[in-house]
Design a protein around this ligand. Structure first.
Ligand code: MRU
Length: 354
């Protein structure tokens, strides 16, 4: 493939070191932060150095790989469990975090307490690199399935589900770029995504780098946008999709889905199978992270809200499955019977990995 190297590289594993592109500083500065263990990695996830569900999962796998070098012969299993618990606690909504930890836990079945920790660390590094490479491949496959749904009209996306939110290429932005690379010419409306501004800071940066025309709108402009401009589809990512197709994604997604239905516009969700949680029967089972009130009261460290005002700051919302036109996975698109279709795609994903 000509564009083998992703234009944006959020996670780097070099000479056994984990480097994360510090997304808090984008688009102004491109700097990498090194994580030397599980605690530092969890801190990086919590503080949004790295964000986006698949990227969080890949990072957690590497966090375990760097921590594994500190495992002690004789207490390897308890050392692993302590590191896994630290990472699992970092953020609650994106199921990819737990998914990746479970994949790493799969290696522990073959590890005896008396094993050489260096061998365990090497196996962990190999597995984390596999998860990393597979994520990029998954996004490309998902992108090509999704591109078949688009016919060259303008698209709305929310938050950032691009290369930055994954190991590379992106899920929702993967669909958009696959369509663009397939020769269709269209524009993308990126929502600002208050309060963390992933759309303004990250999505508009990524799309500009890719040469895909992007127009930034604030979240409150979406209704007016639907009413006054021709939009073919909405394409968003997901942090966790329940077994019935209810979709947890960045706060503000639900209202866009409602507006899309009102205006007869398709609403697609790009969901790698690592983001589908069959243990959550419906969206009501998905834990929704609430973040620090200062994200709402302040912009770039400067208070913009009145003092002492109370704040509600959920980072995600749930879009009910009846508002979803299709869920795009790396094994094809599910439409209609989400319960059956998603279970089939997850099973296919498991078979493909084994
Ligand atoms: O709080 P964030 O920036 O981690 O939220 C990210 C999102 O909501 C993305 O849309 C989602 O993780 C899908 S990323 C492929």
């Amino acid at each position: 493939m000509a564009d083998e190297t992703p234009e944006v590289t959020p996670i780097v594993w070099r000479d056994g070191k984990l480097l994360l592109l510090d997304q808090r500083k984008l688009p102004g500065k491109e700097t990498y932060l090194m994580c030397r263990g599980a605690k530092e990695t969890a801190r990086a996830i919590k503080s949004m150095v790295v964000r986006g569900a698949p990227a969080i999962g890949v990072t957690a796998a590497y966090g375990l790989a760097v921590e594994a070098r500190k495992f002690r012969r004789g207490s390897i299993h308890s050392d692993f469990e302590a590191a896994a618990a630290t990472l699992a606690d970092a953020r609650p909504t994106a199921v990819n975090l737990i998914w990746a930890i479970e994949r790493m836990r799969g290696l522990m079945g073959n590890v005896a307490e008396g094993s050489d920790p260096r061998e365990v660390a090497a196996a962990f590094a190999d597995e984390a690199q596999r998860i990393h490479a597979q994520d990029i491949e998954i996004n490309r496959r998902l992108g090509s399935y999704g591109a078949e749904l688009l016919n060259g009209g303008d698209v709305i996306t929310h938050c950032n589900a691009g290369a930055l939110a994954t190991a590379g290429y992106g899920t929702a932005l993967g669909v958009i770029r696959a369509s663009w690379d397939g020769g269709r010419r269209f524009g993308v409306y990126a929502t600002e995504t208050r309060p963390y501004l992933q759309g303004a800071r990250l999505t508009s940066w990524e799309l500009t780098k890719l040469g895909i025309p992007v127009t930034l709108v604030t979240d409150g402009m979406v209704g007016h946008l639907f009413a006054n401009r021709a939009v073919e589809a909405v394409v968003v990512g997901t942090d966790r999709t329940a077994a019935n197709g209810d979709v947890a994604n960045k706060i503000g997604t639900y209202q866009i889905a409602v507006l899309a239905r009102r205006h007869g516009v398709a609403f697609y969700v790009a969901a790698p199978t690592s983001s589908i949680d069959l243990d959550c029967a419906t969206g009501a089972d998905i834990p929704i992270e609430e973040r620090d009130p200062t994200e709402v009261t302040h912009i770039s460290g400067k208070r913009v809200a009145a003092e002492y005002v109370s704040v509600f700051n959920p980072a995600f919302d749930v879009t009910p499955n009846d508002l979803v036109s299709g869920i795009i996975t790396e094994h094809g698109v599910v439409v209609g019977d989400y319960k059956k279709g998603l279970a089939e795609k997850v099973a296919t994903g498991r078979r493909a990995r084994s």
